[in-house]
Design a binder for this molecule. Structure first.
Ligand code: ADP
Ligand code: GLC
Length: 485
């Protein structure tokens, strides 16, 4: 099978969150199954700055009319883990400090930037003559690919029979824009109705992906069910229910070569489940580096985008109690300013017990996964979540709310039977979260039981194997649907 994977993030080139990890690790896993796969990504400033020497000009130029102007992109390529990545170079749109915007808000021309990218992917596939069977699109940024395919390339011999799959990594981000955008991105008003792109008087890119792709998927079975309900559907549950026969939940995996405490060069000391003393050394060094008191009691970590989804307010609500219990907290994240301020205040208040690190750092992220005892994900909703899987791999026990992929990967530890791999609470309430933390501390205080739990966590397998094979079945289905018209 020949697969084009298009995305707006990729871990070693430009990462904001979990989509970047998936874009890097799923194509690698598919290539490992013997499939031909190419990744398509915008050529952001960060990639120019950090990877220029690895970039090769393909010589291909792509011209597209967007926002009233003919715009010409160049196509570059590079290789990541042996997978070829094609990069769409259009400086006016992508030579910026961040993929999507600043902490103050999104770039106002995002509707044009990503419409341009989506069309450029289709044009690039044609120009390169890749003979693609499947285009796999991800999130609203590439949701227009199936819309363009069905409207502008219906007769195109290279594109008309290509199967499309659209994966929703987060339904809360839909790409909703003023309707006047529509003619400016090369689409006509015939698409402005309830069964297509129209959404409460605006245009909704993500909805286009749901309606026009052959297959829709999301990143865990529980989230696939949740998004069909009003509570989690963000206004699109009805549209999703209509497509339920073609809607699949496939759990993400993580790359077990990349995330490996035995080899990760970013952590202080490498370890595996037979050398857990070295995990303790990572904790001591992390405490020292971050000005935390050298205590034996549990150190809880959090790494993630600081946005409403992630339950930062719930963490804020329980910190006082955590500190009273003798627990320490270390947070790494970036996102909305109100959460930055909220957390930094805690650091002031609980010096030596709380460390807040605003920003993005792969190194510190690894050190937190390795050095902590507990990993907190009290999310309001969580399509899949990779943090909890990475934490398990590093023997750090997740404390999670039972939602989406967290519910599919973490089960409550049962001290009687020894089963389970974390601590789970149901309602989004500080009291329930705190109770889960107390249960964790209870087990922690039984040293031996805790060691057994840590080993058990490290034995969990959330690598891509099974899920990559599941995607192959779905691609076959999409291909069949595309060729049968
Ligand atoms: P989401 O995609 O919703 O942000 P996930 O748990 O799926 O959440 O994935 C988050 C990924 O991004 C993980 O690999 C996590 O380690 C990483 N990450 C998030 N924030 C940061 C940060 N500030 N610094 C380094 N890595 C981060
Ligand atoms: C999104 C979700 C997260 C998921 C990631 C990768 O950012 O918020 O839960 O793990 O995408 O699919």
């Amino acid at each position: 099978m020949r697969i084009a994977f298009c995305s707006s993030e990729m871990a070693s080139l430009a990462k904001v969150g979990g989509l970047a990890d998936v874009t890097e690790s799923l194509p690698k896993a598919l290539a490992g199954l013997g499939e031909d796969v190419w990744v398509f990504l915008p050529l952001y400033k960060q990639i120019w700055v950090e990877r220029q020497k690895d970039l090769e000009d393909t010589g291909v130029k792509i011209s597209i009319c967007i926002d009233g102007q003919e715009r010409t992109a160049a196509l570059w390529k590079t290789s990541v883990h042996g997978v070829t990545v094609y990069l769409v170079d259009y400086r006016e749109y992508f030579y910026r400090d961040h993929p999507y915007g600043t902490p103050e808000g999104d770039y106002p021309d995002n509707p044009f930037r990503f419409a341009f990218f989506s069309r450029a992917v289709l044009e690039a596939i044609k120009a390169l003559g890749l003979g693609i069977d499947i285009i796999h699109c991800n999130d609203w940024e590439t949701a227009l690919v199936p819309v363009y395919q069905t409207h502008l390339y219906r007769e195109d011999p290279q594109l008309k029979d290509v199967g499309t799959i659209f994966t929703i990594h987060n339904l809360a981000y839909q790409g909703v824009f003023d309707k006047e955008v529509l003619p400016k991105i090369g689409l006509d008003w015939s698409l402005f109705h309830m069964e297509a792109l129209e959404y409460y008087g605006n245009v909704n890119y993500l909805k286009g992906g749901i309606v026009f792709s052959h297959i829709v998927s999301t990143v865990s079975p529980t989230y696939a069910r949740e998004i069909q309900t009003e509570r989690f559907g963000y206004g699109l549950d009805g549209v999703l229910r209509k497509r339920k026969d073609r809607l699949f939940g496939v759990l993400n995996g993580i790359d077990y070569d990349e995330w490996n405490p035995a080899t990760d060069p970013k952590i202080y000391v490498n370890y595996d489940k037979e050398r857990l003393e070295a995990k303790g050394e990572n904790k001591r060094r992390l405490q020292e580096d971050k000005g935390l008191e050298p205590m034996e009691s549990p150190l809880a970590g959090m790494v993630g985008r600081l946005v409403e989804q992630k339950g930062v307010d719930l963490v804020h609500a329980v910190v006082g109690d955590m500190v009273s219990m003798g627990m320490q907290l270390i947070v790494l994240g970036a996102g909305e300013k109100r959460y930055h301020d909220m957390l930094l205040e805690l650091q002031e208040k609980y010096r030596g017990m709380v460390s807040i690190n605003i920003g993005y750092s792969d190194e510190l992220a690894s050190r937190i996964y390795a050095g902590c005892d507990l990993f907190l994900m009290p999310s309001r909703y969580e399509p899949c979540g990779l943090g909890q899987m990475i934490a398990l791999r590093y023997g750090t026990i997740p404390v999670v709310r039972a939602t989406g992929g967290l519910a599919d990967t973490i089960t409550e530890y049962n001290p009687e039977t020894g089963e389970g791999n974390g601590f789970v609470f149901e309602a989004f309430k500080p009291g329930e979260f705190l109770a889960a933390l107390q249960r964790a501390q209870g087990v922690y205080s039984y040293g031996e039981r805790w060691q057994t739990l840590v080993k058990r966590a490290m034995e969990c397998d959330f690598s891509w194997g099974a899920s990559a094979r599941r995607y192959m079945e779905i691609y076959e289905l999409a291909k069949g649907l595309a060729s049968s018209g």
